[in-house]
Design a protein around this ligand. Structure first.
Ligand SMILES: [Zn+2]
Length: 458
């Protein structure tokens, strides 16, 4: 793997609980951040040939310099913010082909009338290409890690490897449509997990019941067993909409929070949404090993109201950001999700302290890493962590007109930046996009294939 030296950029660094932006260079060796300093020289240890060296020595010295130059790539980050790659903690990767099918629908209507009938017609190849379309979108908008929640995962896994984006995979479990179907899904998850490549640390796994209302007690019990057996986190939709509250009560004979506690206490649990948390639920979650994947765009789009993330964070509950699938979340642009996550808190906290831009950035980076159990590797620019890094263009030019005159870089990242301002996306030292060019994926072919799928399905 080629080493990288990212020079002349403004680096977003976490300092204790705060964050700062400083002009520094970053050296990436073997996919990891090796140095963050001012003026790192790429060839500092190379002996230059002296004037009176023999021709042979001169030639050797030139050859050594050439070899080192081949091994290190220099990226000029002048007029760029260098920040940790964004971490999308809740998505349904193949749902690119459901983009904008939700107009005017409530959650249940949309799932039952528009999503589930079409999902039943999807084949493995559809899932692969639909996933590739999402991966292109992620790379192009600065997402370097995603937490998936879907099925036909073998095809998603193939796309994950081709795309190079760090991914948490699963095979979603549910059984309210039949016990046999439920067992089949559990078998598929086990098969998926047992056939993982153990040396590929860009792919990790969760055990993922769809929700408490689509899983019987038996199904949740099985999920707990698998999570304990494989020592994996759980990823589940939880209290996304008002209808769910009654359905969980009907399915399990007790309130949602009690079902959650009964099964998942002691297991690290990623709760997608958590819109409907009252004080009592917040108190219970505080004592559990869990956090919220907050999906502001999807929640607003489906009329699920606004999660009080300010309150959750004030109570010490980890909150990260997700986009949900494009069906309800519109797109995978984590900058948009971050901006809306911050803005909507003003709609429920009148004249009160609420989350700010720095909280938004943390939610989209380090909090996400913690939620996925990956904070020893990603989520911040720190020596020893993997180089999951993006470069955001802040040059004073027409494309960046909404940022100018660049008075507050951190606030600009949240309120005036979109994924389209990301020039370069790097995962574990691999450049997936440079100067907005993606070379390892045939983007035209991906778009064409997805058009064919959509023409067949709709
Ligand atoms: Zn979801």
């Amino acid at each position: 793997m080629q080493d990288l030296l990212i020079k002349n950029g403004k680096v977003l660094i976490y300092q204790d609980e705060d964050m700062i932006i400083e002009e520094k260079d970053i050296l990436v060796q073997n996919g990891k951040i090796a140095k963050i300093e001012k003026d790192i020289e790429p060839y500092e240890n190379i002996m230059m040939p002296e004037k009176n060296s023999t021709p042979k020595l001169k030639e050797m010295s030139i050859q050594i310099q050439k070899n080192i130059k081949d091994e290190i790539k220099i990226i000029d980050a002048t007029n760029h913010i260098i920040m940790p790659g964004l971490i999308n903690t809740h998505a349904h990767i193949p749902m690119s082909i459901f983009r904008e099918t939700t107009e005017g629908c409530k959650l249940y209507e949309w799932l039952q009338d528009k999503i589930w009938p079409i999902e039943a017609k999807l084949n493995e190849e559809d899932i692969y290409w639909a996933s590739m379309l999402s991966y292109v979108e992620m790379i192009a908008t600065g997402t370097t890690c995603v937490n998936d929640h879907y099925f036909m995962t073998e095809s998603i896994r193939k796309a994950t490897k081709d795309a190079g984006v760090r991914t948490v995979l699963t095979r979603v479990l549910m059984d309210t449509d039949g016990k046999d179907a439920g067992k089949q899904r559990i078998n598929e998850f086990q098969e998926l997990y047992e056939t993982r490549e153990k040396d590929n640390d860009l792919i990790t796994y969760t055990v993922s019941p769809h929700s408490l209302y689509t899983c019987s007690d038996d199904c949740l019990q099985e999920a707990v067993k698998l999570a304990k057996l494989y020592e994996l986190p759980v990823h589940v939709h939880f209290l996304e909409s008002i209808d769910e509250i009654q359905d969980i009560q009907k399915q399990h004979g007790k309130p949602a929070i009690e079902v959650l506690k009964q099964y998942f206490e002691g297991i690290h649990t990623i709760l997608a949404h958590g819109v409907k948390l009252m004080n009592k639920e917040v108190e219970t979650l505080k004592a559990m090993d869990c956090g919220i994947a907050h999906n502001p765009v999807s929640n607003l789009r489906l009329g699920c109201k606004i999660a009080n993330t300010t309150k959750y964070l004030q109570n010490g509950i980890n909150v990260a950001i997700g986009t949900d699938g494009q069906g309800s979340g519109s797109n995978l642009d984590m900058f948009e999700a971050m901006r809306i996550a911050c803005l909507i808190q003003g709609g429920i906290h009148e004249n009160e302290e609420r989350i700010n831009a720095k909280d938004g950035i943390k939610m989209a980076t380090i909090n996400g890493a913690k939620l996925l159990g990956l904070d020893d590797k990603i989520g911040s620019i720190e020596i020893g962590k993997d180089a999951d890094i993006i470069l955001v263009n802040i040059e004073e030019k027409l494309d960046n007109i909404t940022m100018l005159p660049n008075l507050n870089l951190i606030a600009n990242l949240v309120y005036n930046t979109t994924g389209k301002n990301v020039d370069t996306t790097i995962v574990k030292g691999n450049i997936l996009m440079e100067n907005r060019k993606i070379k390892h994926i045939d983007v035209g072919k991906v778009i064409e294939k997805c058009k064919e799928i959509v023409n067949r399905l709709y």
